[in-house]
Design a protein around this ligand. Structure first.
Ligand code: NAD
Ligand code: GLY
Length: 393
């Protein structure tokens, strides 16, 4: 497809990153709003705004590309009904004409088919290279809209407005975007950093409780890999976290995002430290795949994976005694699964080697020495792994 780029050229100016200058002039902020967290990536540095009223200030928070005239707001019907209008109003206040692109409310929206429909809508607008994509929704919308933005006209700016706990604390930050293929999840993707992330923790109150619990699994991960205060907060106020208390969620999301921002800054493309963000994910992904993504939400499978990782670490003698008990106690209080899954160890080992995160020289695991300290190990002995997998039954 050929579209007209800035200056009348029929070819976009460069590959990958959008060539836009962003209006980052300081704007008035609510005095009570906590300061944004910065993801430091040179010219692509951006802010993650986390707070219970962050959406109220969206119009003033948003870096708008200087020549942008239009925004494509990608969302789903559920989120559109709740928050579409407030976001459209903010975009209009910034002088943008807004076209809303609704995608189905399901993981199935991360497909070639839906991506194709999004491209056709962008062509019809027409969305140009200097315009803006706004992703409003959970990880599904964020990944799909982010990938559409990464590839449309070889890359247009995307603002992420995550509306699930998982998306606020993880998927909207760090630039991973993508879609699924029938052959596997997230097989097609790109790194495309947003120009801003606006995470309004107040809107997590409308999330179904199961989604909040699942998101808390990802939140707990940050406690184990880098910030034990997250664990202490969850341990002291689990019911408030589950109920969507904005103060508790704001604090744990801010701490999680701060950890992720630091890790992404040091290893944007996951050649090293970023792998620590996969704590609990190696076995978690295998459990999701072996149950056809139909039984567990992602954060629930990660919870099981963290129990397995803690037991593995203890049995290998590299994790502190009591880590597995503490993990189980916390996750149980958050209403997350810590057992009840019967796995065929041979099938799990096969799934592990199919996982796209498996290295050419074998599967690696992230383990936790003590809360706040994580590291990567080569695959444990099959016997030990099988024993731990059986312990999840
Ligand atoms: P999701 O996007 O499907 O959202 C869950 C449900 O909550 C949906 O039905 C949605 O409509 C609804 N919803 C969203 N916000 C709401 C709100 N405020 N109030 C009421 N309902 C609301 O699920 P998810 O867990 O956010 O995301 C899962 C996806 O994220 C997966 O595709 C996974 O691969 C991806 N992911 C990506 C990364 C990354 O780094 N890019 C990391 C982790 C997960
Ligand atoms: N969700 C893991 C990562 O962003 O690297």
């Amino acid at each position: 497809m050929t579209t007209t780029g800035p200056g009348g050229s029929s070819e976009p100016a460069n590959e990958g990153t959008p060539e836009v200058s962003l209006d980052r002039s300081p704007r008035p902020r609510r005095s009570s709003a906590p300061p944004p967290i910065s993801v430091e990536l040179g010219e692509r540095t951006y802010e993650v705004v986390v707070g219970p009223h962050a959406l109220d200030d969206l119009g003033t928070r948003l870096p708008v590309p200087s020549q942008a005239t239009r925004a494509a707001l990608v969302t789903n019907p559920t989120v559109e009904a709740l928050y579409g209008e407030v976001v459209r109003t903010a975009l209009s206040e910034r002088g943008l004409e807004v076209d809303t692109i609704e995608v189905p409310d399901a993981e199935a929206a991360k497909s070639l088919e839906t991506l194709g429909e999004v491209y056709h809508r962008m062509a019809a607008i027409p969305l140009r290279r200097q315009d803006l994509v706004v992703a409003l929704g959970g990880g599904v919308v964020g990944d799909l809209a982010g990938f559409a933005a990464a590839t449309w006209n070889r890359g247009v700016a995307v603002a992420q407005i995550p509306t699930t706990l998982l998306a606020q604390v993880d998927s909207a930050v760090g630039g991973k975007t993508g879609i699924n293929l029938p052959e596997g999840k997230n097989l097609v993707g790109a790194f495309h950093q947003p120009t801003v992330v606006v995470a309004d923790t107040g809107i997590l109150a409308t999330l179904p409780e199961r989604e909040r619990r699942a998101g808390l699994g990802e939140v707990a991960k940050y406690g184990f890999i880098a910030d034990p205060v997250v664990l202490e907060l969850l341990e002291s106020r689990p019911d408030a976290a589950i109920a969507g208390d904005a103060d508790v969620l704001t604090e744990v999301v801010r701490r999680g995002v701060a950890v992720k921002a630091e890790i992404v800054t040091s290893d944007e493309r996951e050649s090293g430290r970023r792998a620590l963000l996969n704590y609990g994910h190696t076995i978690g992904h295998a459990i999701e795949a072996l149950t056809d993504y139909a039984v567990y939400r992602h954060g629930e499978a990660v919870a099981l994976g963290m129990v397995a990782a803690a037991r593995l670490g203890e049995r290998m003698g590299v994790s502190e005694d009591g880590l597995a008990d503490r993990t189980v106690a916390l996750l149980e209080r958050l209403g997350l699964p810590v057992g009840g899954v019967r796995l065929d160890p041979a099938e799990v080992r096969q799934a592990l080697t199919r996982d796209k995160k498996a290295q050419a020289d074998g599967v690696r695991f992230v383990l936790c020495r003590t809360p706040g300290e994580a590291f990567v190990v080569e695959a444990p002995s099959p016997g030990l792994l099988d024993e731990v997998l059986r312990s999840l039954a």
